[in-house]
Design a binder for this molecule. Sequence first.
Ligand code: SF4
Length: 202
Amino acid sequence: MIDERYLPVMEEFYSLQGEGFNTGKAAYFIRIGGCDVGCHFCDVKEAWNASLLAPVDVEDIIRRIKPLPARNVVVTGGEPLLYDLNYLTKRLHEEGITIFLETSGSSPFSGSWDWVCLSAKRNTEPLKENILRADELKIIVCDESDFSFAEHYATQVRNDCLLYLQPEWSCRNEMMKKIIEYIKQNPKWTISLQSHKYMQIP
Ligand code: SF4
């Protein structure tokens, strides 16, 4: 078991958040390795096997973040909630950082977050307790059956949770049109695009 001060970080980088509510904001990304969800469309399959990654000291991450002008951090994966994130979020908050979480919600919740993006996946659906933590529900749309999957979770999130539909990258041209029409008929949803890929930034 990894001490909560040490996490199997796959990569860290400074960029702009490309998806969802916080799109366009400068942020430092911490991608934690390990995922047991196994989505066929996953664009970070190299993050699945955490045993290939050396544990990284949270204090070293803090040192890298301190000089940056932006005070936002995105914690993503992999599936970050596979780990106890209380120490990481406590230390980031002590440094005055605003912390965004990207999670499928499939593992028990830990940490203290300023924004939780729940990206529910079919393979391993989110834990009930995590659904109510979501500030944003983001569903990746690969085919039309994902609309009913999205509606299933839209009935379970809090009333103030924002709702996003995002085309899966490899079928974006086909699904974009369908999402646009769907949102015109169901305007509680908003479209989210992987804008970082259009901008060709990490
Ligand atoms: S939950 Fe995320 S990291 Fe895990 S397989 Fe699915 S898309 Fe990839």
